[in-house]
Design a protein around this ligand. Structure first.
Ligand SMILES: Cc1cc2nc3c(=O)[nH]c(=O)nc-3n(C[C@H](O)[C@H](O)[C@H](O)COP(=O)(O)OP(=O)(O)OC[C@H]3O[C@@H](n4cnc5c(N)ncnc54)[C@H](O)[C@@H]3O)c2cc1C
Length: 419
């Protein structure tokens, strides 16, 4: 039995995956005096944590597994332009994942996810503040998220969703906006914008910058981050866990945390974690705007998120179920442009840059996997789907507590990887 399993608390940890989840876990382990090494097959923020929309918005962290998604999934098989896309040639493992996912697209399952997520969503912004107060030199910006619709009628679906979300205990303070109110707040909108819903109490950040600053802070506090270390297997000893790279380089520590995002099932599947996680890939790009955007804009009917980004606007969208390492499909980017452009004026869509594709780690039951595996001293953290940036720091905080005390925090119970 290694030190963590004995309850003595580990002295050293190896974290695999340098995304928001892995680095947050490393940072909070350091708070408990644990020596950390973070290994990534590519480098810091190489996965979904770089080009995402950067919203820290617990008020919109509505689970994906609502019953309507089943219908959208069927439509998407026929339409390459649909916000949700499943290629017809999907492999059998993907079909089996999608069937399991579809089985969880019911209101009771949806409510279970909302309830479980309450603990993460209630504390997610505080966890960001702990990081920035503790030396992470990146900012988070307080701003409302405004959802924009063609008409008041079209806003009905999101209003109903928010009603269900708050009835299940979530906090999502929101106000309806008329066409003139929404356009007064957002001069970038065209006259296509006929109504809005403003969610207060949200924030946004530049995710790549934030994750790099987090990595700098982990280093500054004595941690090591190694790029180019592609973990292929994990071995267990009496006193340590050893991870082995594709080139047969090994690294040992008292405990290991696998935080490899959409790739997590490759290693975790052998550690008793039966809930599969697949890549729900999204795309983003940056476009210049004539008037600077000051707050995030959400276009729910086409599932596109727009965020102020370095004096321009980052546009993110689509959910494409393909391999996390598959090449990008430019048609998906064009579909985002076609669906979002009519809502805006003064956006130079042809000058888009920074085009990016990244894999959201989507679990089959809508809940992340956070906690201990069947192997003593080996933990996993991932599968946050659409909301891993928002929930990454609080996940790291709670998991570090679990690892160091040897006791599963009550709020992590629903996310038990061995469920
Ligand atoms: C278009 C888009 C928009 C999004 N917008 C938002 C948003 O606004 N707000 C929000 O909260 N969330 C958002 N998300 C979701 C969020 O980006 C993810 O949930 C989150 O980044 C997942 O973080 P992670 O650390 O688990 O995984 P990742 O960031 O993917 O990190 C995993 C890391 O593991 C490494 N790795 C993988 N396998 C190995 C291996 N075998 N050995 C070593 N290293 C390995 C990878 O290189 C990678 O760096 C969005 C996602 C997308 C795609």
């Amino acid at each position: 039995m290694n030190e963590a399993a004995r309850g003595a608390g580990p002295r050293s940890a190896v974290v695999v995956g340098a995304g928001i989840v892995g680095l947050s876990t490393a940072w909070f382990l350091q708070e408990h005096g644990v020596r950390v090494t973070v290994l990534d097959r590519t480098g810091v923020a190489a996965g979904a944590s770089w080009g995402n929309a950067g919203w820290l918005s617990p008020g919109l962290a509505i689970p994906l597994n609502e019953p309507g998604v089943r219908r959208a999934g069927l439509t998407s098989l026929l339409q390459r332009d649909a916000p949700l896309y499943v290629p017809r040639t999907a492999d059998p493992a993907l079909w089996s994942f999608l069937l399991r996912f579809a089985a969880h697209c019911t209101w009771p399952a949806w409510r279970r996810v909302v309830t479980a997520n309450l603990a993460l969503n209630d504390d997610c912004l505080d966890a960001f503040d702990t990081l920035t107060r503790g030396g992470v030199t990146a900012t988070t910006v307080e701003a409302p998220v405004t959802a924009v619709f063609e008409s008041a009628g079209a806003a009905g679906a999101l209003l109903a969703e928010l009603r269900r979300f708050t009835a299940a205990g979530a906090r999502a303070d929101h106000t309806g906006l008329t066409a003139s109110e929404v356009r007064a707040r957002l001069p970038q909108l065209s006259d296509r914008a006929g109504a809005g819903i403003e969610l207060s109490g949200q924030r946004y950040a530049d995710p790549g910058r934030f994750v790099r600053a987090l990595a700098d802070s982990v280093r500054h506090r004595g941690g090591t981050i190694r790029a180019g270390f592609d973990v292929r297997s994990i071995r267990y000893h009496r006193h340590a866990v050893t991870v082995v790279s594709r080139d047969n380089v090994s690294f040992s520590a008292n405990v290991a945390v696998l935080a490899t995002g959409a790739w997590i099932s490759r290693l975790a599947g052998k550690l008793g974690v039966r809930v599969p996680v697949r890549a729900g890939r999204g795309y983003s790009f940056t476009v210049p705007t004539e008037t600077p955007l000051r707050q995030p804009v959400y276009l729910p009917t086409v599932r596109v998120a727009c965020t102020p980004y370095r004096d321009a606007m980052r546009v993110a969208g689509t959910m494409e179920f393909r391999g996390p390492d598959d090449p990008p499909d430019e048609r998906r980017v064009q579909a985002i442009v076609r669906s979002a452009a009519p809502f805006f004026e003064g956006v130079r869509w042809d000058e888009r840059g920074d085009t990016w594709v990244g894999p959201r780690p989507v679990s089959s039951d809508g809940l992340p996997v956070i906690g201990a595996t069947t192997e003593p001293g080996v933990f996993v953290a991932g599968g946050h789907g659409m909301w891993g940036f928002t929930q990454g720091p609080v996940t790291g905080k709670l998991l570090a507590e679990h690892i160091v005390t040897g006791k599963q925090p009550e709020s992590l119970r629903p996310f038990d990887p061995l469920r």
